[in-house]
Design a protein. Structure first.
Length: 409
């Protein structure tokens, strides 16, 4: 088996894995690093089948680039496929607005979806001599670990979370000979999730009772919906703005992927979905809590809300997701400043971070490996991969680099 990472080997983001095994030639994911401008993986190489682990841009954002040059069957769950559509169309809009180099066009997005073959969890199918099966990865609704069987078995985890959340049950180990696994949080463990949620809700309550408002910048896919469910028992006025509302509708219209779809629908019914500028002005006046994109503060309605409330020292910005270097969110945490419409401002609002990551922490990754007990582990999508290797040196690890092809016999 030959493996080549076109991106995402020794870094978090822009994952793209090309795998050749006997008669099969496949690729798993083809994503971007969502910076300004986005960073793309190495140029695509022709394959017969392309498998998508989940809808986040760092795993899907370059898919249309592939379909600009080549054809391939595209395999994804229905939830992932439905979630990809709005974010790729949004990427086209951002390319135009920001005057970025246009890496793909509307026809490429159309060709992508014309190639789609939807997969169901636990139901194997054949591609070029390989048996392929999707298993839930626990990361966001529709996320998949892809397991393949030929003379040996191998599995690509994509982004992985092994504990239950409000939206999903955690990923379960699947026996495999070769494990190609993300390592985003290698060397780092998360604070207990229940404790984080309690601390967040206590901080929200304190802020509102002191006369302030809370802005919760959130990722549209997965995090917005998880946040709505976390806050469902808080008796406050909650407004939700941005693409997260579109994704929430997709989650309600695509059955079979949520842990409790009735509870999710009930939780969504508790919030006010912002649909226009008039409602944004209303939210600034009436809301206690505003859940809004973007999660890293690099665009979207969140900047308007922060600008409007920036001098209100009673109000707060509570971040719940990873903030990439160079983003407004990282600047806010480290320097207390963000850029809005080209101007750098220092909000008087309280700023805090609550770790609600949907990636497995170091100890969970170690346990996942031990439960599977594979012959070989290929670590990717992380910048501290050696920390896992040091924790369990009895296993055979490969730490690849982008652009280098290697063999596993």
């Amino acid at each position: 088996m030959k493996i080549k990472f076109l991106g995402g080997a020794e870094e978090v983001g822009r994952l793209a894995i090309k795998i050749e095994d006997r008669d099969s030639k496949i690729m798993v994911d083809y994503g971007i690093e969502p910076e300004k401008p986005p960073e793309y993986p190495l140029p695509p190489e022709k394959v017969n089948d392309l498998f998508v682990t989940h809808a986040h841009l760092d795993h899907t954002g370059a898919l249309p680039v592939y379909y600009h040059s080549y054809k391939a069957n595209l395999h994804a769950t229905a939830m992932t496929a439905n979630s990809i559509m709005p974010i790729l169309n949004d990427s086209l809009k951002i390319m135009r607005l920001e005057n970025y180099t246009k890496m793909f066009n509307e026809n490429d997005v159309d060709n992508l979806f014309k190639s789609l073959v939807t997969a169901k969890y636990g139901e194997p199918f054949e591609v070029d001599g390989l048996t392929a099966t999707a298993y839930t990865a626990g990361h966001i609704p529709g996320s998949s670990m892809w397991w393949f069987q030929n003379s040996k078995s191998f599995m690509v985890t994509g982004d992985l979370y092994t504990k239950d959340t409000n939206l999903l049950t955690g990923a379960k180990p699947v026996k495999t000979d070769i494990l190609i696994m993300e390592s985003t949080y290698a060397g780092r463990d998360h604070e207990d999730r229940d404790e984080v949620i309690k601390r967040l809700k206590d901080s929200i309550k304190e802020t509102i009772e002191n006369g302030g408002k809370v802005i919760l910048p959130t990722f549209a896919i997965g995090r917005t919906q998880e946040m709505v469910m976390i806050l469902r028992d808080m008796d406050y006025s909650i407004y939700v703005d941005g693409m997260g509302n579109s994704i929430s509708r997709i989650y309600m219209e695509t059955p079979g992927f949520l842990k409790d779809s009735k509870l999710f629908r009930k939780s969504i019914g508790r919030v006010i979905q912002v649909r226009n500028n008039r409602m944004r002005r209303e939210a600034i006046e009436e809301a206690d809590i505003i859940i809004t994109t973007s999660g890293m503060l690099d665009g979207g309605p969140v900047l308007g809300y922060i600008d409007a409330l920036s001098q209100d020292s009673k109000s707060a910005i509570f971040l719940t997701g990873y903030q990439v270097d160079g983003t407004n969110g990282r600047s806010l945490i480290e320097n207390g400043t963000i850029k809005i419409a080209g101007a750098t401002i220092k909000p008087a609002m309280k700023v805090d971070f609550f770790d609600l990551s949907a990636h497995a922490g170091h100890s969970d990754l170690v346990k996942f490996i031990k439960d599977i007990d594979p012959e070989t582990i290929v670590l990717c999508h992380g910048d501290q991969r050696e920390k896992l290797q040091e924790s369990i040196p009895e296993y055979n690890f490969i730490l690849p680099f982008n652009g280098h092809e290697f063999e596993i016999k």
